[in-house]
Design a protein. Structure first.
Length: 257
């Protein structure tokens, strides 16, 4: 009995590791643009970065049989639209922190000296967890570890900001493809899905930063706000000089729920 349990545990562990992920998409960063961005000290950075994440999770094909469809008065089946779900709060906090770090290193974010807000929005489609796969995909797909089978997760990262000529938006696309097969188990330590997603999102943020920089240069946002000139000393007398009005103070740095 003990040997049987050990074999089952070993099989489950091997099944969980029998996959490897590979990333792709329009995420390559142009070296010339990146170097120009690092060397440019005239660009006005943003004072705040707001992040939102819309996630459409993995749906098994059998979900349409298990109550994901509706029947109208004429007996026709109508598939329901997939509803987005919230990502774990720690994933959102981690990504927001990484985004602020990358844009700060790129010279595009400075909470104290910047101005304006950069709005980042990430949309993921077919994003899965091992728990979801073990309840559906790994069970419904026969011979999954004998015949290679793949799942693709699509990522769309957009950055939106205001300029003197209006709202500007840039987008970056990426994909994480995970292939399941027993022979891929040796590759798992180097190509684990979680690690590949982290690397892909980091690359997408850098590509987003260079694209944002290019649009800012194109829109002419090249002059930092100069510090206010020192006010002349007040003259003695009953009248007092009113201090110059200040703009709104940037809100505390908190990720969107």
């Amino acid at each position: 009995m003990k040997t049987h349990k050990l074999l089952l545990a070993a099989a489950a562990a091997l099944s969980a590791c029998g996959c490897a992920s590979f990333t792709s998409g329009d995420v390559l960063v142009e070296k010339e643009t990146a170097q120009a961005m690092f060397d440019d000290h005239t660009l006005a950075p943003f004072a705040d970065i707001q992040l939102s994440w819309i996630n459409y999770p993995y749906r098994s094909p059998t979900d349409s049989i298990a109550g994901e469809t509706t029947v109208d008065d004429k007996g026709r089946f109508t598939a329901q639209q997939a509803a987005p779900v919230q990502v774990p709060p720690e994933d959102l906090v981690r990504l927001a922190k990484r985004a602020r770090g990358i844009f700060s290193e790129a010279g595009l974010y400075d909470k104290q000296k910047g101005r304006g807000t950069l709005r980042l929005a990430l949309t993921t489609v077919n994003r899965w967890t091992y728990g979801e796969l073990f309840r559906s995909y790994l069970v419904d797909t026969g011979f999954i570890f004998l015949i290679p089978s793949s799942l693709r997760v699509n990522y769309l990262l957009s950055a939106e900001f205001e300029t003197s000529s209006g709202t500007v938006k840039v987008e970056t696309l990426g994909q994480n493809k995970t292939t399941f097969h027993l022979l891929l188990a040796p590759l798992y330590p180097l190509f684990a899905p979680g690690g590949r997603e982290t690397g892909l999102l980091k690359q997408m943020l850098w590509r987003c930063a260079t694209d944002t920089y290019s649009r800012l240069k194109h829109e002419g946002r090249t002059v930092k706000e100069s510090p206010a000139a020192a006010a002349p000393p007040a003259q003695a007398g009953p009248e007092k000089t009113e201090p110059p009005a200040r703009g709104p103070v940037p809100a505390e740095e908190t990720p969107d729920d």
